[in-house]
Design a protein around this ligand. Structure first.
Ligand code: NAD
Length: 418
C-alpha cells in the first residue's frame, strides 16, 4: 500500500487483478470487495488524573466464509476505518493461502500508546474488549496482536471477555503468554515461515541455500529470526539493518551476535563483526542471492526496484513493495515470494494456539514447528502449481489466485442466505 493510495482501494484492485485468472461472476466478486461489517466505537476512558479521554476504535469482519474472522488489533495514531477494512481483507487471503479454517478480521484503536501509562492502557484495552464482547468469540471472531500490542494486551482482553461472559475461553484471542494459554513457537513463527518459504523457493528455482548471500532489512522479531534460521541452513547473512542503518560483512555476520549487540546498544550499527556500515536503502540494492524485507510497508518503491540486484525476495514484512515496485520487479525477472505466504507463520501458529485451547492440550515446540513446516510447504506447492497451471506473471498473483478461489468455493458451496 503506497502512502498516497487508499489501502482499501488497493485491496479492491488486487481482488480484480487476481479475478482475471478465475472463473467468478461479478456479483460474487463484488461481495468479496467489502467487509461484512465494521464496528466503529468511541471509548470513553478515565485517565490517571481523573479526566476522561475519548478514543476511536474499529473492528472489521471482512469475510467469514471459511471460518471465524481472524486478525490482529493495532494501536497506532494512523489507524483509520479504511486501513482496518483493508487489513481485514488481506487477512482473508492470508488465512486462505495457507488453508487454515479462518476468515479475515482486523481491529485498531487510534492512539499513540507511548503517551499513556500502563494503567491507562489497561483501562483503554478493557474498554475496547467490553465493546468487542458481543462481536468476538471462540467460533466467531478471534483477535490477536498487531502493531504496538502484544501478550499483555491479549491477556487483558481474554480476562475481560471471560469475566463478562462468566466462563473460561482462552481461544477467544491468540498471542497470549504461555501461562495464559499461549503456544510454544509463536514468537519464532513469522521468521520461521520466511525461512521455510525461502528454502522452498531456492529448491524450486534450483538454487543452493548453502553459502547463499542474504540481506535482511529490519532486525526485529521477524527479521532476526529469519536471519538466524537461514544461517542454520548454511546461508551467509552478509547485511542486516534497522532504523539506524545497516552493517555488512562479505564473509557473513553472526546472526546471534548481531542480535546481542542490538539488545545491548539498541541498534545493529556499531557491531564489531562488520567491516562496513551504510544507509538503509543501500542494503536493499546489494548484489545478494536473497533479500528479506522485514521492516515496514513500502520499503521498496519503483525507483529502488530498478536497482535491486537480489535474485529472490521473501517478504517477511507486510506490504514491503509498492504495487509499482512489484510491476518493475516482475518485468526484471526478480522472483518475489509474497507476504501472505512468507510471513503467514504468525497466523498459522495463532491457529495452533486456538486448536490447543479448544483441545485443552499443550503441544511441544517440536510439534508446533513440524506442523508449521507442513502448512507452509503445502501452501508453497499449491502456489507454484497455480503459477504453472495458469501461466501467471508472478508468485504474488499465484498466491491471490489460490486464496480467492478457496474463498469463492467456500461461499458457493454454502450458497447465499436471502
Ligand atoms: P519489530 O518492531 O520487532 O521490528 C521491526 C524492525 O524494523 C526494527 O528493528 C526497526 O528498527 C526496523 N526498521 C524500522 N524502519 C526501518 C528502516 N527504514 N530500515 C531498516 N529497518 C527499519 O517488528 P516485527 O514484529 O519484526 O515486524 C516487522 C514486519 O513484519 C512488519 O511489517 C509486520 O507487520 C510484519 N509481520 C510481523 C509478524 C510478527 O509475528 N511479528 C507477523 C506478520 C507480519
Amino acid at each position: 500500500m503506497s502512502e498516497q493510495a487508499n489501502p482499501f482501494e488497493s485491496l479492491q484492485e488486487q481482488i480484480d487483478d487476481a479475478a482475471e485468472y478465475i472463473d467468478a461472476s461479478d456479483d460474487v466478486l463484488e461481495r468479496l470487495k467489502h467487509p461484512e461489517r465494521v464496528l466503529e466505537t468511541n471509548l470513553s476512558v478515565e485517565m490517571d488524573d481523573g479526566s476522561i479521554e475519548v478514543f476511536k476504535a474499529f473492528r472489521s469482519q471482512f469475510n467469514g466464509d471459511r471460518g471465524p474472522y481472524k486478525g490482529g488489533i493495532r494501536y497506532h495514531p494512523n489507524v483509520s476505518r479504511d486501513e482496518v477494512k483493508a487489513l481485514s481483507g488481506w487477512m482473508v487471503y492470508k488465512t486462505a493461502v495457507v488453508d487454515i479454517p479462518y476468515g479475515g478480521g482486523k481491529g485498531g484503536i487510534v492512539i499513540d500508546p507511548d503517551e499513556y501509562s500502563e494503567a491507562e492502557l489497561e483501562r483503554i484495552t478493557r474498554s475496547f474488549a467490553t465493546e468487542l464482547r458481543p462481536f468476538i468469540g471462540v467460533d466467531r471472531d478471534i483477535p490477536a496482536p498487531d502493531v504496538n500490542t502484544g501478550q499483555r494486551e491479549m491477556n487483558w482482553i481474554k480476562d475481560t471477555y471471560e469475566t463478562l461472559e462468566n466462563t473460561t475461553a482462552p481461544g477467544v484471542i491468540t498471542g497470549k503468554a504461555l501461562d495464559s494459554g499461549g503456544s510454544e513457537g509463536r514468537v519464532e513463527a513469522t521468521g520461521r515461515s520466511t525461512m521455510l518459504t525461502a528454502r522452498e523457493a531456492f529448491d524450486y528455482l534450483d538454487k543452493e541455500m548453502k553459502d547463499a548471500t542474504v540481506a535482511v532489512q529490519g532486525y526485529g522479531n521477524a527479521g532476526w529470526i529469519a536471519a538466524k534460521l537461514l544461517e542454520n541452513l548454511g546461508a551467509k547473512i552478509v547485511a542486516v539493518s534497522d532504523s539506524s542503518g545497516a552493517v555488512y560483512n562479505s564473509e557473513g555476520l553472526h546472526a546471534r551476535d548481531v542480535k546481542d549487540h542490538k539488545n545491548e546498544t539498541g541498534s545493529v550499527v556499531g557491531y564489531a563483526g562488520a567491516d562496513e556500515e551504510f544507509g538503509n536503502d543501500d542494503l536493499l540494492t546489494l548484489d545478494v542471492d536473497l533479500l528479506v524485507p522485514a521492516a515496514l510497508e513500502n520499503a521498496i518503491d519503483d525507483e529502488l526496484a530498478r536497482e535491486v540486484q537480489a535474485d529472490v525476495i521473501a517478504e517477511a514484512a507486510n506490504g514491503p513493495l509498492t504495487p509499482e515496485a512489484d510491476d518493475v520487479l516482475t518485468e526484471r525477472g526478480v522472483h518475489v515470494f509474497p507476504d501472505i505466504l512468507a510471513n503467514a507463520g504468525g497466523v498459522t501458529v495463532s491457529y495452533f494456539e486456538w486448536v490447543q485451547n479448544r483441545q485443552r492440550f499443550h503441544w511441544s515446540e517440536e510439534r508446533v514447528n513440524d506442523e508449521l513446516e507442513s502448512v507452509i510447504v503445502n501452501a508453497f506447492d499449491d502456489l507454484t502449481s497455480a503459477y504453472e497451471e495458469h501461466d501467471l506473471p508472478n508468485f504474488r498473483t499465484a498466491a491471490y489466485v489460490v486464496a480467492l478461489q478457496r474463498v469463492i468455493d467456500a461461499y458457493e458451496e454454502g450458497g447465499n442466505w436471502p
